[in-house]
Design a protein around this ligand. Structure first.
Ligand code: GDP
Ligand code: MG
Length: 747
């Protein structure tokens, strides 16, 4: 008995919680990955769709702790939801768990600005171990840290690290272990406190309204949180944590101070910086006058920037770089994509040869293998895009892209870094959506995801080509401009304009928020670190396969079921009989094959016409008839949900035109042209074609896009919103085009 109870008491109630925080781009994630081996779990913060990464770390002594990666933030003065989350996590404000230790990561080359946040966290009385990272870059400048001074002045353990190469990580683990065992080590014996009595009175009155659970009977903690609330009020819309009672007092105090001409913000912020600036000369040892390498380094980056940020030359180079990225997604990925498509259709047909005829065989060939194929087919573009993004991030060029594009993108409410994802959207929305990760703020990411699917992706191209080639004459407008080419260019312009207008509208309505101060850092250029680039490609790919991949696979299978059931045994028997007849007749082998294939096509077509999908298409008809579409187009639209270009093969099957790719498409075109309504008018007129193209341009009929957004926002809310808003937009625009065209007498 005693043994059992003794062993029970040794089991900890919960594992200690260590939080990794710091300014953006200081190497938090790199430190986190180094500490934990990056086998992290991804989850959302309670109640919001901002991702948090957590993993476990085994300390040298054997104890295991939970480690949490916090979104990067410049300070604890919350201007955005991410910054607010950072302080909630660090301070352990309800409903967040209090961390046992905060590992603050600071960039050694930006020490004074980074220490600002360190001061704030220390004011909260949370135990802190400071990791001063990027020491390699500091050394390149010839500077070095005086760790003893930093430790003495801050009163906490300080470690210097180069997380990229794993330097200093063992020491960091040791300090984490010691601080957890003895939190007093990691709590300084001093606090920064405002000096002005009027400001102290403001702080005092805010403190009195704070929830007791925040203060926890600790007046110093209460004071730090009150200072935070006093500084954080310019972003009321987005912030959720500050209770209304606190907010009211803060507003009153701030407006009173403003009337008295007391600038609260300047006083608090300036006070902290004064503390830091007074000590910086102690913390940083400047290079010897003799060594001039750092200046050379600096000027190298500056000299490169003089070209790359040049208003004309820089912009030209930028366009060339983007052109290469775009070209690679569009053309270089193509052979791999075709290879994958061929491989999977080969697999499907050989499975047909291996498996006994029947429902299993059809499921494996038509549902399962096609489903896996529709996931794998995204990999070439994802890998290529993340290869380029990795290069641009790691070399330092991405920051310049954001810099060059920021003014233009900002005018549309978008982040400068949204440019690369938007451009990638012309190739495919799925990798583009994954690429929004280069933006730190969730608002910027979600807004960009809501407009990317409007860009003309490459899957829309074959659909436009079919429609334009079938329904529009190869003639020239005004005797010189080819109508078909003009239409294609028109579709591109149309989609780009819609995406930009959507960004402007959404950023001023749903995504309205406080303007974020432009803090763009231009890190020094460096040769990309290949392992990091490859690692990022792999992590992205894996999370796509695990998250979006499963949804895409399930949807493909569901669509297959929808379009191949129910079974009709009489129908099947009839086609079997026809086949038997052909076999029985003594035909040349080639002739027999052709006839059997024709029967297969006819059977597939008839089966699809009696499938659940067809019933759905008919049920859809009243809704889409005002756009000029009949139920067969409805079936095609349902099929297009798997991938837009599937529209063509679905139409091919509906019309019994065989495989629409390759030679079959001529037949499909003829059949489409010949299709008549009951009253003898053709179903497909140029007006219907235009309406259909507009519909394809605007509707989000792509389950892979929805699955990717679901994965990236970790909720169904945004994919559903996207589907709804694009659907409504598509319907209205097609309606306007078709009905307007009829009114003008065009059809
Ligand atoms: P986070 O935004 O704070 O999570 O920062 P990341 O971990 O994403 O790192 C930002 C960039 O700095 C990445 O390109 C890293 O490869 C790079 N980096 C991280 N640690 C170091 C370091 O110790 N030295 C150098 N030179 N680069 C680093
Ligand atoms: Mg990070």
């Amino acid at each position: 008995m005693t043994v059992a109870s003794a062993s029970v008491t040794r089991i900890p109630v919960r594992r200690p919680l260590v939080v990794v925080a710091g300014n953006p781009n200081t190497g938090k994630t790199t430190v986190f990955n180094r500490l934990t081996g990056a086998e992290y779990k991804v989850a959302n913060y309670p109640g919001v769709t901002v991702e948090r990464h957590s993993a476990t770390l085994a300390l040298p002594g054997g104890a295991v702790v939970d480690v949490l990666d916090v979104p990067g933030t410049y300070s604890l003065s919350a201007r955005s939801r991410e910054e607010e989350l950072a302080i909630q996590t660090v301070a352990g404000l309800e409903p967040f768990e209090s961390p046992d230790l905060v590992v603050l990561v600071a960039d050694a080359t930006q020490l004074s600005r980074n220490l600002y946040m360190v001061l704030q966290v220390l004011e909260l009385g949370v135990p802190v171990v400071l990791a001063v990272n990027m020491v390699d870059m500091l050394e390149e400048r010839g500077q070095s840290l005086d760790l003893a001074s930093i430790r003495r002045e801050l009163g906490i353990p300080v470690v210097e690290t180069t997380a990229l190469r794993g330097r200093g990580m063992d020491e960091l683990k040791q300090e984490i272990e010691r601080a957890l065992a003895d939190p007093g080590r990691a709590r300084p014996g001093w606090r920064w406190i405002p000096e002005d009595p009027a400001l102290l009175a403001d702080v005092q009155s805010v403190m009195q309204t704070l929830p007791p659970g925040w203060v926890r009977g600790n007046p110093e903690r209460g004071r730090a949180i009150a200072i935070w609330a006093l500084l954080s009020l310019d972003a009321q819309d987005e912030l959720e944590a500050i209770p209304d009672a606190v907010r009211k007092v803060v507003e009153k105090r701030r407006s009173a101070a403003a009337e008295q001409g007391r600038p609260i913000d300047a006083e608090i912020i300036g006070g902290r910086y004064a503390w830091i600036d007074a000590r910086m000369p102690l913390f940083l040892r400047e290079p010897d006058a003799k060594r001039d390498t750092p200046n050379e380094r600096r000027t190298l980056t500056e000299r490169i920037d003089a070209v790359l940020l040049h208003p004309t030359a820089g912009f030209a180079i930028f366009l060339i770089v983007m052109g290469i990225v775009f070209q690679s997604l569009f053309n270089w990925a193509d052979p791999a994509i075709h290879g994958i498509e061929n491989l999977f259709s080969l697999l499907a047909s050989s499975s047909r040869a291996w498996l006994p005829t029947g429902i299993i065989q059809e499921f494996v060939g038509g549902g399962l293998i096609a489903g896996v194929g529709s996931v794998v087919v995204f990999l070439p573009q994802i890998l290529l895009l993340f290869f380029f993004i990795g290069l641009m991030e790691d070399s330092g060029y991405m920051a310049r892209v954001a810099f060059l594009m920021d003014r233009i993108m900002r005018a549309m409410g978008l982040h400068g870094r949204a440019f690369v994802p938007m451009l990638s959207g012309y190739a495919c929305a799925v990798p583009a959506i994954l690429a929004t990760r280069t933006m730190e703020r969730q608002r910027d990411r979600t807004l960009t995801m809501m407009v990317i699917p409007l860009m003309t992706c490459s899957a829309r191209l074959p659909v436009y080509t079919l429609i334009i080639g079938t329904l529009f004459p190869p003639s020239k407008a005004f005797g010189l401009l080819p109508v078909q080419g003009l239409l294609m260019i028109g579709m591109y312009l149309f989609s780009t304009l819609t995406a930009l207008v959507a960004a402007i509208v959404l950023s001023r309505t749903l995504f309205r928020g406080p303007p974020v101060p432009l803090i763009l850092e231009l890190p020094p250029y460096r040769v990309p670190h290949w392992p990091s680039v490859v690692r990022m490609m792999w992590l992205r790919t894996r999370s796509f396969l695990e998250g979006a991949g499963t949804i895409i696979l399930l949807c493909t299978i569901a669509l297959w079921l929808l379009l191949s059931f129910p079974r009709n045994s009489a129908q099947k028997a009839r086609f079997e009989a026809e086949r038997a007849q052909v076999v029985a007749r003594d035909l040349a082998a080639g002739e027999q094959g052709v006839r059997l294939a024709a029967i297969d096509v006819a059977e597939g077509s008839e089966r699809m016409r009696s499938s659940y999908g067809a019933s759905l298409g008919r049920a859809l008809e009243p809704a889409i008839a005002p756009l000029g579409f009949d139920w067969k187009i409805g079936v095609g639209l349902i099929g297009a949900f798997a991938a837009r270009e599937v529209f063509i093969s679905t139409m091919g099957v509906v019309y019994g035109a065989g495989d629409a790719r390759g030679s079959g498409s001529t037949t499909l075109r003829e059949r489409i042209r010949a299709e008549m309504r009951a009253d003898g008018r053709p179903v497909y007129t140029p007006l219907v074609g235009l309406s259909l193209m507009i519909f394809f341009a605007l509707a989000c009929q792509c389950m892979s896009t929805l699955a990717a957004i679901r994965r990236e926002t970790r909720s169904w809310r945004w994919p559903l919103f996207l589907f709804a808003y694009m659907g409504v937009l598509a319907w209205i625009a097609s309606f306007a085009v078709y009905q307007g065209g009829r009114w003008l007498g065009l059809a």
